[in-house]
Structure formats: C-alpha cells, structure tokens
Design a protein around this ligand. Structure first.
Ligand SMILES: [Zn+2]
Length: 344
C-alpha cells in the first residue's frame, strides 16, 4: 500500500503490538507537510467482535489476497472521526468502567460520540448506563426536580454567604448540549426538564461567551446558569418560544383568580390583599421566569407565607396552598405539551 501521501500516527493507548487488526481513522490534525494525519488503532478482532455484531460480521468474511495490510495485520479504513472512535473504543476496552460525573455540564458532549458509534456498531449495553445518568441529571419527576433545585438553591446561598464567585455553571447540567444530544441520539425523556430549565435562562447568558471572556459576563450573571445557545436547532428555539408563551398564558390565568366570597370568619381579610398576593406572584414569575419556584413556598409541602400576607385568612391561605400544589403538578405534567415536545 502507498503510505506516502498520508501521515500515520499510532494511537497512544489503543495501539497493542499483539493486536491483529488495524483501524485507521482520519483526524483533524495535519502533518507538517500538510498531508492528512491518520490515527492507527491496533486492536484485537476477538475483543471487537465480542462487543459489536457489526465488527463480528466484518471479521467473519474470508481474507482475500488483495486485503490491505498495515504492519502485517489487516487494515480497516474507518469513516468515523479519530477522536469519536477513541471515545467509543475506550468504552469497549475499559468496559465496564464507564465513568460519567453526575450533573456535569459536559456530559452530553462527552457521551455523544460514544452513543452515536455504539448505535452504529450495535454495542447495545453502552446506552443503558449513559441514559440512566442523563435521566438523573435531568429529573424525571417533580419530586426529583424539587430535590435538585433545593440542592442548587442551598449551594447558591452558601456562595452568597461567603461572597464567593459562584460557578453553578460548572457544577450543574447545561441544557443546550443536552437538548442537542436528546434529539440526535433519541433520548426524549430528558427534554422536558432541559426545556423548562432553558426557559429560565436569558439569551445573553451564553455559555461560550461567558466562559471565553469571563471579564465581561452579564451584570446579574454571577449567581446564574448559562446555556450553549448555539447548540439549539431552529426547531428547538421555536419549541422554547412556544413553551415560554404557554407558561406566560398559564400564569396570567392563574393570577387572575377571583377573591373568594363570602368572608365571615376573619374581618382582616380583604380583596386588596388577595389581589396584591397574585400580583406579586405574577411579578416574581415575570422577573425570574420560573413559576415552579415562585409557587413552591405556597404549596402544600411548605405552606410558607411571609409576614406580608398574614392578613389573608386561613381559608384564603388554604385555597392558595391547594391551588399552588395543583398548578405545580399540572405545569410539570404539561411541559411536553407547552414546549411541543410530543409532535417534534
Ligand atoms: Zn380570606
């Protein structure tokens, strides 16, 4: 074979001298004479065949006299990018140790090549543990969502107390890359939580901009979380806008709840305080764009009314508490409908 036109480079770890097949994949690197650099993975046919039916079929074809060789072993030219292949083969060779840090904002970028190639080469067992972790990162129930939000909130408080620069971005999942992964690798279960979280993020909270030029973040960013906005397709941006509009409409309807009549038990309660309460809920949601968080203190699990609302009678508070709990559940269940995740 003519090896002159291209530069070959042995992979540092996945090149075994006793390997009996060479997979050769293009890399982004250019050799010094600007020829393309090809990365050589020298591996064991048996190892690949055990894990992948696609490789197994490939190796069962009888060898033909004109088979290409690389250093004496059969050569397979791969179309996959060398760095993607490295991530995927790393899982096969180091299996079952597939380490994914919980809640990492980089998980989608890390696992995407592995999932894509695992699917292509039929390596089924890889998918399960990755999806399990993604579903833990993007809660599947309102209970799990509340647990994660409580953890984030308490961490934010500690940052505040210590006046430390807050880098929640580095510690918690990022929605843009998660949505991109969910779409490309068919993981719809993580979309609702990812879209809801995304709906709370202002457009100027851009991950790449903030991380590339930390000296100029948005003024109010320091306790915030950003998104890799450029990972979103046009269709997903439309889903986001639809979802935000639906949540706004839901909020408008909720906050126009009429004052319950009659009021015989408590003379301090009056319509003004009732409407002021709902106006305050509306304002807070519009500021923070997070109706689940704003309603949380008033729901059945907390029932925590501040002093400002102490004139509301017991019966009114009870109505608010019941309504807040019901609405939080309903909003959570309707996220797929609000963001049009079912049809897309
Ligand atoms: Zn009342």
């Amino acid at each position: 074979m003519d090896n002159n036109a291209m530069a070959f480079e042995h992979h540092k770890e996945l090149y075994f001298s006793d390997g009996n097949v060479a997979l050769i994949a293009p890399s982004h690197k250019k050799h010094k004479d600007l020829s393309e650099t090809l990365i050589v993975f020298r591996l064991h046919q048996l190892m690949l065949a055990i894990h992948s039916p696609v490789f197994k079929d490939m190796f069962t074809f009888p060898a033909t006299p004109d088979v290409e060789l690389y250093e004496g072993v059969p050569l397979v030219r791969m179309t996959d990018n060398a760095s993607d292949l490295e991530a995927f083969l790393g899982v096969i060779y180091r299996q079952p140790v597939l380490s994914i840090a919980p809640l990492s904002p980089n998980t989608p970028l890390h696992v995407k090549p592995i999932l894509v190639l695992a699917d292509k080469y039929g390596v089924q067992y890889v998918r399960g543990p990755i999806i399990d972790q993604l579903e833990r990162d993007w809660p599947q129930s309102l209970f799990d969502w509340d647990c994660l939000e409580a953890e984030i909130e308490s961490r934010r408080d500690v940052f505040n107390q210590h006046q430390a620069s807050c880098e929640l971005d580095d510690d918690y999942p990022e929605p843009g890359s998660a949505i991109e992964l969910a779409r490309q690798c068919d993981i719809p279960s993580i979309l609702p939580a990812a879209f809801y979280h995304l709906s709370r993020i202002p457009i100027n909270y851009d991950w790449d901009n903030i991380h590339a030029s930390w000296d100029d973040p948005p003024d109010d960013y320091w306790v915030g979380r950003s998104a890799r906005w450029d990972r979103l397709s046009k269709e997903d941006l439309l889903c986001l806008l639809q979802g935000r509009a639906k949540l706004d409409k839901y909020l408008d309807e909720l906050c126009s709840m009429l004052y319950p009549e009659p009021h015989t038990q408590d003379s301090t309660c009056n319509p003004d305080i009732w409407y002021a309460f709902w106006e305050s809920v509306w304002q807070e949601c519009r500021r923070g764009k997070d109706i689940l968080a704003v309603l949380s203190p008033f729901s059945e699990m907390s029932g925590n009314f501040s002093k400002r609302w102490e004139k509301l009678c017991w019966s009114c508070r009870d109505k608010i508490t019941t309504k807040a709990s019901k609405c939080r559940k309903e909003i959570w269940d309707r996220i797929p409908e609000f963001f049009q995740l079912q049809q897309s």
